[in-house]
Design a protein around this ligand. Sequence first.
Ligand code: SF4
Length: 548
Amino acid sequence: MASENYRVLLINPSSNQFYVPTASLGLSRIAAALPQHVAAQGMDLNVFKWIFGLDEPSILATIENYLQKAARFQALPDLIGLTVYQETLPQAVAIARLARRFGVNTVAGGIYPTLFPDRMPLDFDFLIRGAGERPFAQLVALLGGGACGCGDPAHDHGHSSHRHHRHEDETVAGLSLHPDGRTWVHTGPTAAPPEIEGPLPRRAIFDEFNMGFHYYSVRIQSSQGCPYACSFCANAQFARREWRPRPDAAVLAEVEAALGDPAVSEICFSDDQFLGFSPADYQRAYRILRAVEEISRCRNLRVNLQVRADHFVKALECQPELAGVIRSLSRNFIDYAAKVSRKIHGRPVRGFSLDIGVESFLDERLREFAKGLTAAENRLAVAKARQLEVDLGLYMILFTPEVTLEQIEREFASYLEVYLDSDIFSKTAFLGLFQELVPYQGTPVHRSLAEAGRLVAAGNFTGFRFADLRAAAFYVLYRYQLDSGALEPVEGRGALVGTIRTLLLRSRRLGEAEALRPLLAGVICVMTDRSELERVYGQLAAYEAGTI
Ligand code: SF4
């Protein structure tokens, strides 16, 4: 049992890209699974960064100030939990080092420690692999007070003004620790997902550190898992390959609870595939959306869903009333922040936003991704969504090891034709095409690249080289334009299309130049090192200028 007033601080590190801030669902669930006498607070560094405008040093200084003050009043957290993604690892490590200076234990969880536990720095005291709710609560119980039965008088798991004394008997499924301070020891298998119906997530843990900022968007999971096995998808490694829907009543109860906060005006159903995979599943989706639509008649509410193209089309065919509900949801909403929306999306947002995992508009590339659908199905889904007058986002993967310059040109042409003609155009959507494949460990794409010796370690990231040197040249030209801010003043569809077409022409010439072969053969995607990008771009520009 954890002692009374055991304190837990759950930190969500900040991402490099702006997303609408929402309370971390994973951390809110971990907090909800803790016994009541454990005081849990949350710190959302995305709010610090994107809402309060703090840069990295200021964020760390804020955390340090908080720890100093807490230490003065003997109110330090006993345990700090951090969600870690690949891109947030450096920040999480900096926080773990800070915590260690104050004698506070840290535990890292999330996708990255689950997939790459042995790559995690020993700055963290513990890792949680897999779903965090159960192992985190067990770890708190283990650390939180009283003897654990080990018979070691030094091992009191005391309310830690001093750090936890570790030993190897602590077998919590999904937990990793480093008793010798040198290597991680993994106790038990990766933690399985918890029962789908748990207590309501405790999103309010973030209120205090958000200092007056209220989330207007809430993530709710209405189902878990996906039966498909796309070659790039880390979810397929992380979750079960089956779809587990929650009962309608439970989902709607969570929607109503979330709407208890008057600031909330957006519900994001955070599912791999909200609609499910059979006529009965589509019916369930319709029932939930119909109930939410009724709420939206008297409450300004926006809804966001993620779907597969093929099941979106099938759901509309099997459940024709779905179209009417989606249309109503889209129209019922008034965008009171239209000024901000115009800046981001080029126009006020609508009440229904649909994200489709399209990945590609070319059949040969969809086969490569083992996506299990065709380009025609993707096109049809986009056309249907546009008829419904919803906000539409497409997930694309353009830069892959095998992509050719001709494929990039065809993807670009299809993207413009199918998705981005003038009435739906926005710069954010335009740039959404140029996404890189991330080869997550454990995925089929990672395995095949590793077997072919084509993976390259690039800091915390795993990158790859391009087979087509013209594609490598385009990647460098595009990334340089984007990262150097050269695309910022380019506004409007015509100007952006013109810029990309020029880059494609330049890439063809550069990629075919014999003298540039060694340089382009060394280009790594993802290029995270700015100086390396500048060096390669500089040489390409010098070649074009005839100075090399
Ligand atoms: S990409 Fe989407 S459809 Fe494919 S396995 Fe992942 S969640 Fe399922």
